[in-house]
Design a protein around this ligand. Structure first.
Ligand SMILES: Cc1ncc(COP(=O)(O)O)c(C=O)c1O
Length: 364
């Protein structure tokens, strides 16, 4: 095969992948980079092709996990324009996360301008398929070359992106979950309320355990009493309750060890507007099991930037009490109503009354 043929094979494979993306492998073409130092603050902004980094093997971020990141999405609306969902909220959470790790804050305007620049450059990689989006990944890490156990003095901010697939309309898969009894995700006073790299690697072994038990995801309980439901994998959870007086949509309250999801926050408002009573309230595993058996909890779903709204069909609890099904094990009507409302908003099919969609000027 000639080099030209090889290049064209790679291009064809990439195009096929872009039209049928998974989650996280099909990077877009560009990245933004900026440095921070005590003397210069934020400086040296650079926008260019996505490329490998060269780094010292003794970099603090690599060894001690002084690394924080974000995840947000850009969508194409039906009129062809591009919007980013609540980038200012993500910028604020990024500031909270980096502060927690003794790192500098990236000003919101730098964060949002970098997002605009990247989407303007790479939006052509996003097809018109409404199930697709561009997932943006801002990250900040410590760059000092030192193995001293101390905060770094120098940092780097990067923004990269990938083309994300997903589900749309009725093509929604439910997930089965394992209640994690051996591992906790977060502790009081820890880092569960922020988005830092160190929260994620320790969750992998619990995910492997869930998969070995025939489940797709892990449900995390609080670390103190080991009974209050916190999150599912890297997503927030919602419970739908049918009461004599209507439908309640309940999500565990923010205790400091749950991540305050931007999607969670949006769904609380969307649910109210759809006529449900939306509440933040703690809920135990026993309540979850009993209220499912009594037909009070009729639906459960997880939400997040990556997952959008994903129904939970069944629960396995190794602590005893057996497994149980949520409702009839199928995506329920409230879950699908909320999912549709969010997806329609992303794609400009309903008015953006809250100003959550940030338009990105692009040329097509
Ligand atoms: C642990 C965890 N919970 C919840 C979420 C959902 O948050 P968001 O809706 O802001 O994506 C995420 C994703 O960022 C997460 O990592």
């Amino acid at each position: 095969m000639t080099t030209l043929e090889q290049t064209s094979t790679v291009r064809t494979a990439r195009r096929a992948a872009i039209l049928n993306p998974g989650h996280g492998d099909i990077f877009t073409d560009h990245m933004f980079s900026m440095l921070w130092s005590p003397a210069d603050g934020w400086h040296q902004p650079e926008f260019g092709p996505l490329q490998n980094l060269s780094m010292h093997p003794g970099m603090i971020g690599l060894h001690y996990g002084q690394v924080a990141f974000e995840g947000l999405k850009a969508h194409r609306r039906v009129d062809g324009s591009m919007v980013v969902f609540r980038p200012h909220e993500h910028a604020r959470r990024f500031q909270t996360s980096t502060r927690r790790l003794a790192m500098p804050e990236l000003p919101t305007d730098i964060f949002v301008n970098a997002v605009d620049q990247l989407i303007a450059a790479d939006h052509e990689l996003l097809s018109d398929d409404p199930a697709h989006s561009i997932y943006l990944r801002p990250i900040m890490f410590a760059t000092d070359e030192s193995l001293m156990l101390r905060p770094s003095e120098n940092y780097r901010f990067l923004l990269m992106a990938f083309v994300a697939g997903g589900f749309f309309g009725d093509r929604v898969d439910s997930v089965s979950v394992l209640i994690s009894r051996d591992y906790c995700r977060a502790i009081p006073g820890g880092t569960g309320g922020v988005k830092v790299a160190g929260n994620y690697a320790p969750s992998f072994v619990a995910l492997q355990q869930a998969q070995a038990a025939g489940c797709q995801q892990v449900v995390w309980l609080d670390a103190v009493e080991r009974r209050w439901v916190e999150e599912m994998g890297g997503m927030n959870l919602f419970f739908v309750r049918s009461t004599g007086t209507g439908t309640e949509v309940v999500t565990p309250e923010l205790t400091g060890s749950l991540l305050p999801g931007v999607t969670r926050n949006a769904l609380l408002s969307i649910a109210e507007r759809a006529g449900y009573r939306a509440r933040e309230e703690r809920i135990s595993v026993e309540q979850w099991r009993e209220e499912c058996a009594e037909g009070i909890i009729t639906e459960v779903f997880a939400c997040g930037t990556a997952a959008v709204v994903t129904p939970v069909s069944s629960v396995r609890d190794p602590a005893g009490g057996g497994d149980w099904t949520v409702g009839d094990g199928q995506p329920g009507p409230v879950t699908m109503t909320l999912r549709r409302a969010l997806v329609d908003l992303h794609h400009g099919l309903v008015p953006d009354t809250d100003g959550w969609l940030h338009p990105v000027p692009t040329e097509r």
